[in-house]
Design a protein around this ligand. Sequence first.
Ligand SMILES: [Zn+2]
Ligand SMILES: [Zn+2]
Length: 97
Amino acid sequence: MDYCQKCGNKNDEDAKYCNKCGNYLNKPSSFEKNIEEAAEELGRKAEEFGKRIEKRAKELTQTDEEKAQSTPKHCSDCDVDLDYDAKFCLKCGKEIE
Ligand SMILES: [Zn+2]
Ligand SMILES: [Zn+2]
């Protein structure tokens, strides 16, 4: 049962207009509006999520590039090449700066 907001008349649930005063019973359009708003909200969230993923992906790519660009470390004592993230020489155990 829908009540007319203008005259308070009771109308059938599926009535679009008040049968007493002809006022448009807002129900279908407000329902559509809610769906639209919900869809918009969802779209915004999806966009934000996409941006976060994109940003994260860029960060990961940058880190990989930085790693690739880093020169390998070198132990001056025993003349051995080490990984860019090596903290100690794998041959003599010297701490690498
Ligand atoms: Zn009415
Ligand atoms: Zn060494």
